[in-house]
Design a protein around this ligand. Structure first.
Ligand SMILES: [Zn+2]
Length: 289
């Protein structure tokens, strides 16, 4: 059976049609236009699916990768940066307008699944995939399958506590990873240290600025702590980084060293590597659901 994967992002919705071996047959991208509201997003997804299948009646499987996570109790979307999705039952609503069953999964789990089956983690049994960008999230893949956990929060790495009494997080807790090593958090810390407002790609060019040493040291320390906690508990075969921050080269040498220093073992050698699928992990992860 052919497969359709839809990656629902804040600015664009991307769709892919693949054969059963996940070879791309067709790919399309449209704007999300969140300002038009939830129903218009549902209609856009439906239209995209019709375009991808050329209105053929052949059966396809459909998976959707969404920002935010799905509530275990209600199945409703929570914590999404695409605000109009919050509190919506996108799975049910899409099933109704498409007249078929679909699968829905959050973006970090889709990323980890795609990399584990088709990307950098192909040879590994236990894969921990993280997205580090505007938000921070993680997904655990065991033997090619998403590990959801008892109440669907397994892999919610972005909201484990790094510093007791630390930064306020929108989730209501203090000191979450996301408040230290997401793009906006790192930019905020740079502003605090240097008085300069810059984007992350600009900040990492500041090697000669005296404040850069401190900024980087704090970043590496927090990255090291957050990853060492994962290795201590999960001991994955591989850690794969995705999102905008995965382009920061020093995470793979100095970052890795910082992680290893903090792990409770004298033989740590967990590979920490960059993703292979880039922006395509979302659509492929959705196909794989
Ligand atoms: Zn939090």
């Amino acid at each position: 059976m052919n497969k359709i994967g839809i990656d629902l992002g804040g600015t664009k919705i991307e769709g892919i049609l693949t054969d059963e071996k996940y070879q791309t047959i067709q790919r399309k991208r449209i704007l999300t236009n969140q300002e038009n509201g939830y129903n218009s997003i549902l209609e856009s997804i439906k239209k995209l699916i019709i375009e991808l299948t050329h209105e053929s009646n052949e059966k396809v499987s459909i998976g959707i990768c969404t920002p935010g996570s799905l509530s275990f109790d209600s199945g409703l979307i929570k914590n999404s940066n695409t605000q109009c999705l919050i509190g919506k039952d996108i799975q049910n609503d899409l099933q109704n307008i498409l007249n078929q069953n679909i699968s829905v999964e959050n973006d970090a789990n889709c990323f980890a699944l795609a990399e584990a089956q088709l990307g950098a983690g192909k040879k590994s049994n236990l894969v921990f995939g993280v997205i580090m960008g505007t938000g921070v999230g993680g997904g655990i893949i065991i033997d090619g399958k998403i590990h959801h956990g008892r109440t669907n929060i397994a892999g919610e790495w972005g909201h484990h506590c790094l510093h007791n009494e630390g930064n306020n997080c929108y989730c209501g807790n203090l000191g979450c990873v996301e408040t230290y090593i997401s793009g906006p958090a790192l930019e905020k810390n740079w502003l605090k240290l240097s008085g300069i407002t810059q984007t992350l790609p600009e900040i990492i060019q500041n090697k000669n600025n005296p404040n850069f040493v401190n900024w980087k040291k704090t970043f590496l320390n927090n990255f090291g702590l957050s990853m060492a906690n994962v290795i201590d508990i999960l001991d994955p075969d591989i850690i794969i980084l995705g999102g905008g921050l995965s382009n920061i080269d020093f995470l793979y040498d100095e970052g890795k060293t910082s992680v290893y220093e903090k792990v409770f073992s004298d033989t740590v050698d967990t590979p920490i590597i960059k993703n292979e699928l880039g922006d395509s992990a979302g659509v492929f992860g959705a196909c794989l659901l």
